[in-house]
Design a protein around this ligand. Structure first.
Ligand code: 5GP
Length: 188
């Protein structure tokens, strides 16, 4: 997606440890026009599938997921990182956070993820694939079916794609970063 690649090169900043900061248009301030184009591209790539639900994880996956769900007129559910007492029929999994270097619980209610669901998972970044593996676990626990996973940005040097493809998951990324060393963004 050329528009996205151009924006990453113009406004993305790299940090120590292979972290790309895109706070001015994805992770803090958000560009809704770019986000709409992201949604359009996900719709195009998964057009031939039979998805009936979009799933993501709070917080940064919500914007691209809601755009995709809006375009497809499908419900969007986000896995939560904290468990409010009011949520019923909870499924839980544990995820290692790449950016925060700690583990946390991710939960979803079985009311919104069921054996009838064919799920497209959308998120902002694919790094080592830990968040995605947690989501796969929740989808399995719910008895739902995972159709594919779409990421705005994939960092290929962290091998999340290999981990997911080994499990038979279809992975689509809109921009692939091959290297961030010496604080230079190398985009495929
Ligand atoms: P993974 O679980 O694939 O290792 O990491 C994915 C999650 O970590 C994403 O949901 C994203 O929130 C965060 N993440 C991973 N790498 C980066 C990065 O380079 N920049 C930012 N902003 N977030 C990242």
């Amino acid at each position: 997606m050329d528009l996205l690649k151009k924006r990453i090169l113009e406004d993305g900043k790299c940090f120590e440890g292979g972290i790309l900061k895109v706070d001015s248009f994805i992770n803090h301030q958000m560009d809704p026009i770019l986000m709409k184009s992201v949604g359009v591209e996900f719709v195009r790539r998964f057009a031939s599938t039979n998805i009936n639900k979009i799933m993501t994880i709070e917080a940064s996956g919500i914007a691209p997921a809601i755009m995709t769900g809006y375009l497809l007129e499908l419900p969007v559910v986000f896995a939560k990182k904290k468990s409010p007492k009011t949520i019923e029929n909870i499924l839980t999994t544990r995820v290692r956070s790449f950016t925060k270097d700690r583990e946390y619980d991710v939960i979803i209610s079985q009311d919104y993820l069921t054996p009838e669901d064919n799920v497209l998972f959308i998120d902002d970044f694919l790094a080592n694939g830990n968040a995605a593996l947690g989501v796969i676990d929740l989808i399995k626990q719910a008895g739902a079916n995972l159709v594919g996973m779409g990421f705005i940005i994939e960092k290929s040097f962290q091998h999340g794609r290999e981990v997911l493809e080994k499990q038979g998951v279809r992975v689509e990324s809109l921009a692939i970063i091959d290297d961030l060393s010496n604080c230079t963004i190398k985009i495929r």
